[in-house]
Design a protein. Structure first.
Length: 204
């Protein structure tokens, strides 16, 4: 199914290896051999010949940019046999495990000391640009205890990654020291909406 889709892909843009690497390091402990080798096969043939099955995370490097097509194949394979609910659960578990791994003690302390939803609004685009080279992020703060995060013009979009980004705000807002953080998806371009948005709520 992946191969025929590649010729029709209109997706452009690149994705930084960091999140994929962290997620793979987690999956290597969670998935069995068969599932891992399917993932490895999905990553092959996208113009990144230096991937190596013998290295942790198949040699995906945190600091390197990878094509949207490689990334899409990776996400497609991850959710291939899952229902929508199972895929959402995996995005939350794997995505947040990856983020927890990459969010070191220092950054966590820093987030707790200085970060707030207002600062998140100010720096959300910069945070985004560390992972994707296309896409605009807007954060609205419509009421105390609520923020709406909206992604537009995200050409390397994949529903699984969209779910992961949505779930990541549970970790990010939680690391600010906010309590009872929850997220709820409001729209997604894969559902025919104009953008992808989610609501973040926390106890005030
Ligand atoms: Zn989306």
């Amino acid at each position: 199914m992946v191969a025929p889709m590649q010729t029709e892909l209109v997706q452009t843009g690149r994705v930084k290896g960091g999140a994929v690497r962290q997620m793979l390091l987690w999956l290597e402990k969670e998935f069995d051999e068969a599932r891992l080798s399917n993932l490895r096969r999905a990553l092959e043939g996208h113009g990144h010949e230096d991937l190596n099955a013998d290295l942790p995370a198949f040699g995906i490097l945190s600091s390197r940019w990878y094509s949207a097509s490689l990334f899409r194949a990776f996400c497609d394979e991850l959710i291939r046999k899952l229902t929508r609910q199972e895929a959402q659960r995996l995005a939350k578990t794997a995505g947040n495990a990856a983020l927890e791994r990459s969010l070191g003690m220092f950054h966590r302390m820093l987030l707790r000391r200085i970060a707030s939803p207002e600062l998140h609004r100010r720096f959300a685009q910069r945070l985004w640009n560390a992972h994707f080279d296309t896409g605009r992020v807007d954060v609205e703060l419509p009421a105390p205890g609520r923020s709406i995060v909206r992604y537009r013009q995200w050409t390397s979009h994949h529903r699984f990654m969209c779910d992961m980004c949505t779930a990541s705000d549970i970790v990010i807002y939680g690391a600010m020291g906010l309590r009872d953080v929850e997220v709820k998806q409001l729209s997604c371009i894969d559902d025919g909406d104009d953008d992808c948005a989610h609501l973040v709520t926390w106890r005030i």
